[in-house]
Design a protein around this ligand. Sequence first.
Ligand code: SAH
Length: 194
Amino acid sequence: MTLLAAKVIWVLGVVGWFIIRYPHDRRARRTPKLQRADGGREIVLMAISGAGLGVLPFVYVVSNAPHFANYPFRPWQAWLGAALFAAALWLFHRTHKDLGRNWSVTLEVRDRHTLVTSGVYSRVRHPMYSAFWLWALAQALLLPNWIAGPAGLIGFGTLFFLRVGREETLMIETFGDDYRRYMARTSRILPGIY
Ligand code: SAH
């Protein structure tokens, strides 16, 4: 593994993510919404996450900037990053399959929204966010730069911690005790741990 290969793997991972998401994005545009959380706040959170998982690492991949933050490339670290990115894409694909038409890029309740508690949703409530954490970890391992690497953890972490509680409140408002019981038997992102 070389630095160039690690960068190419990062790019392929992001392209893979777009390919997995594209058909769901198209369907989501056509699925009616009943309720939407604060749109302005969600746009800011997604911009922060996008800067960390997309813009900063992209600038590094094409220009090696910011140069002062570079550190020596370690092949084993990049291999681990590649494996985590593959796991992230697999999980991302599974979560989209299981959530189906209930998925939204922000916090929304759809017309005829159903509560999904099976498949990858059987042990964790937010497996799609687990997939994004895996992506962010993969990026930190693939890109040997102290800013571009961890930017995904900070950017997505900001979105995650400022959104997840509100999402659970919205799900309780929508599904009541069904969601409370589901919460009681599941973790947020890591089975049995958190
Ligand atoms: N937090 C989940 C889903 C992310 S998509 C995950 O990480 O896998 C965000 C949308 O999914 C929200 O608008 C919410 O309405 C919906 N949602 C979240 N959990 C759900 C569930 N268990 N069943 C159905 N819809 C859910």
